[in-house]
Design a protein around this ligand. Structure first.
Ligand SMILES: Cc1ncc(COP(=O)(O)O)c(C=O)c1O
Length: 425
């Protein structure tokens, strides 16, 4: 048996520190909502590989689909010789996307790559260059991804200059002092002072901010954005990388708002642990770039496509949209019970199972140190828990939707024990 210490020493020697790690324990195997490290220690997984494992680790259907595909074909490059699973998945995603317009789907490898391509398509389709993004947004670590991301440290520091023509307005977040009205006023001001809306190709928004803190834009705000975009011929890009695939109780979080986006970026839970991402959009826009302008060597790899087709089946067969609501209720009631004992807990919120709470210090200010201590303490007790947020004081839960009620309650128990120990010292 190797040890965590052994791998940590090698990791420090050979992997740059910029690739951050939350833990110094090394995962060896996993099943549904549990991971075991190389020393045999078990962890309950409330992180889900940062929103990748809505159907759990190694879902048997996903594993079987990948194994079957492995026996047939691993790679041709879709640009060289196309294959059925890519087309089949493009059909399923295009048909599942909200709204009446005919859709098409481009498959790529990562969320950031999907975002890059959505901007490329929007610019090509509109002949305009400006892009508007929101404060607190996270859209990836590529250059355009960073330009669109609305948080400096650690994502952007030292990496500029960034692509031009990116403008930012505040994301509506009444808890931290920005109302929907404030956000809309900022947009109007932007169009008056900084860029003519006729030069704006797209506005990109997460319907529920992920890294930014699990804040959900209300349906009325999304509807106002839709109207504003229509008024000025601006494309609305909805980034569903973290909120998609049943997490919020709908296949896509934007369905809660009842509007049709022009383009949608997807990744993470799409392929249940295999690397895959995509842009789903109105065919009239998706079809504008010429052959060869879109794609990549590995984009829509056959193994990942097979996994994604199985994930879509699992979401349907195991009723994960309904299950997300139950999981969300369990988390919310767990947090609410804990809040009775710990005054630091504030602003419990959720959309489906995209659930979070905030931690505050004795003066009522965001307490990032406590959030960090809690994730570390929880890990030492066998629970993987993530923090997030512009103030780094939000505790978010991305537990597989296939976890049992008992596992979720067990995780809540560990959060309670961890907080009790932290406040006792
Ligand atoms: C909303 C959102 N967009 C884009 C990304 C980037 O995805 P990736 O890390 O796969 O490049 C993320 C990753 O967390 C995300 O949450």
């Amino acid at each position: 048996m190797t040890t965590n210490t052994h791998w940590q020493a090698l990791r420090e020697r050979y992997v740059p520190k910029g690739v951050g790690n939350m833990l110094q324990a090394y995962a060896e195997r996993a099943e549904n909502a549990q991971i075991w490290d190389v020393e045999g220690n078990a962890y309950l997984d409330f992180a889900g590989g940062i929103g990748v494992l809505n159907v759990g680790h190694r879902h048997p259907k996903v594993v079987a689909a990948v194994q079957q595909q492995l026996d047939k074909l691993m790679h041709t490059c879709f640009h060289v010789m196309p294959y059925a699973p890519y087309v089949e998945l493009a059909k399923r995603l295009s048909e599942a996307a909200p709204g009446p317009s005919l859709k098409q789907t481009l498959l790529v490898n990562t969320g950031a790559e999907a975002v890059e391509n959505a901007i490329k398509i929007a610019r090509a389709a509109t002949g305009r260059s400006g892009v508007v993004a929101f404060s607190g947004a996270f859209h990836g670590r590529t250059l355009m991804g960073m330009a669109l991301t609305g948080k400096m440290a650690p994502y952007k520091q030292g990496f500029g200059p960034f692509p031009a023509e990116v403008y930012r307005v505040p994301y509506p977040n009444p808890y931290h002092g920005c109302s929907e009205e404030d956000s809309l006023t900022a947009l109007h001001t932007l169009f008056k002072m900084d860029i003519d809306p006729k030069r704006v190709a797209a506005l990109i928004i997460e319907p529920v901010q992920g890294e930014g803190g699990f804040y959900a834009a209300t349906p009325s705000f999304m509807q106002s954005l839709r109207q504003l975009c229509d008024q000025h011929g601006i494309l609305l890009i909805v980034d569903e990388v973290q909120s998609g695939f049943a997490r919020t109780g709908k296949l896509f979080a934007i369905e809660h708002a009842g509007i049709e986006p022009d383009l949608m970026t997807v990744a993470k839970s799409l392929a249940g642990g295999m690397p895959l991402a995509g842009v789903i959009g109105k065919a009239s826009l998706m079809n504008v770039p010429e052959p060869g302008a879109l794609g990549s060597t590995y984009g829509g790899n056959p193994l990942s496509c097979a996994a994604a087709l199985a994930v879509l089946d699992v979401i349907e067969e195991e009723h994960l949209l309904e299950r997300a609501e139950q999981v969300g209720e369990l988390i919310e009631s767990g947090f609410t019970t804990l809040a009775k004992d710990f005054a630091a807990i504030s602003h419990i919120r959720r959309l489906g199972a995209m659930a979070a709470m905030e931690l505050l210090d004795a003066e009522g200010r965001p307490d990032a140190a406590l959030a960090k201590d809690l994730t570390q303490k929880a890990a030492s007790k066998g629970l993987l828990l993530l923090s997030c947020g512009v103030y780094a004081n939000t505790i978010r839960v991305l537990v597989p939707l296939t976890a049992t009620d008992q596992q979720i309650q067990q995780g809540m128990g560990i959060i309670g024990e961890s907080l009790a120990e932290l406040f006792a010292c």
